[in-house]
Design a protein around this ligand. Structure first.
Ligand code: TA6
Length: 277
């Protein structure tokens, strides 16, 4: 496929779409249809990519926006299946590539058995990622998942997430406990929380002076994750102090919020990220 001027394909052995457009630069791997980087013009990098990330089929890239699909976390019935689904560890197919004055658009497709999806990335002054689950089968399918975005922060202990106040959430650090969020979300230890919320979230980073707006569509759950020191050290593809530099805010469909997609219909899970003035 011919690529527009603002998209260049890197090393064919591990294809990455390198975007250089007047509105932004960005990098998207064919492996996982994975957004690895997005930097709007005159802004700092928005996403965190681990310097120890492994770029290999069968392994998920640590950082950026892993596409967790068609299930979130463990498979609902089969413990042999990989966590967070099949989409983030394999190569997708490029179906469309275009550009306009607003930015670039890349669309990827994948299918495997009953599973069929398209993933659209629109990168410009804003970043939009749209995951469409299609059901071409004759039986209903049940889908969950997440756009597992890793956001770059100046110091994890100094950032806060606004707009989850009052939301019910499952705190999964240790034995799972149901709680209600009081005030802004801060980070002073490991966080692994599944919020019942379809609202947008603000990531306020006072040290850098940057606030990100994370909007969601088709997402009844917001997952917030930071592994903190212990789990960071245990993850081979993250530096020991890597946890200081990111937090994950995920447009998700988790646990009992799994969606039934009827034959011939589809479900769209999306996120839009912008830098607030
Ligand atoms: O989305 C949160 C979470 O499920 C955490 O429980 C944590 O394990 C994280 O994702 C990372 O999972 P991964 O399989 O990428 O190591």
């Amino acid at each position: 496929m011919n690529l527009p001027n603002s998209i260049r394909l890197s090393d064919p052995a591990y294809p990455v779409f390198e975007i250089d457009h007047p509105t932004c630069t960005a990098r998207v791997a064919l492996h996982g249809a994975h957004v690895m980087s997005w930097k709007p013009v005159d802004e700092d990098e928005v996403l965190y990519l681990s310097p120890d990330a492994v770029f290999k089929e069968g392994k998920a890239i640590r950082g950026g926006i892993p596409v967790c699909w068609p299930w979130f976390n463990a498979h609902p019935t089969d413990p042999e299946m990989p966590p967070h689904g099949i989409a983030r560890t394999r190569f997708w197919e490029l179906a469309e590539a275009g550009e306009s004055g607003d930015g670039v658009k890349l669309r990827f497709e994948m299918s495997d058995g009953i599973w069929n999806a398209s993933l659209t990335v629109k990168a410009g002054a804003e970043l939009e990622v749209i995951l469409e689950t299609r059901n071409p089968n004759e039986i209903p399918i049940v889908v969950s998942g997440a756009l597992h975005s890793y956001f770059s922060v100046s110091d994890i202990e100094q950032v806060r997430l606004v707009n989850l106040e009052g939301a019910d959430y499952l705190d999964t650090v240790g034995a799972p406990v149901q709680r209600i969020q009081k005030g802004a979300v801060g980070f002073a230890g490991e966080v692994d929380s599944i919020y019942d919320s379809s609202s947008s979230v603000l990531l306020v980073d006072d040290l850098s002076g940057r606030t990100l707006l994370i909007e969601k569509g088709g997402s009844p759950s917001t997952v917030v994750w930071n592994p903190w020191a212990g789990k960071s050290a245990a993850l081979g593809d993250l530096p020991d102090d890597g946890y200081l530099k990111f937090c994950c805010i995920e447009a998700a469909i988790a646990n009992d919020k799994a969606v039934i997609v009827m034959p011939g219909s589809s479900h769209v899970l999306s996120t839009r990220i912008s830098v607030e003035e």
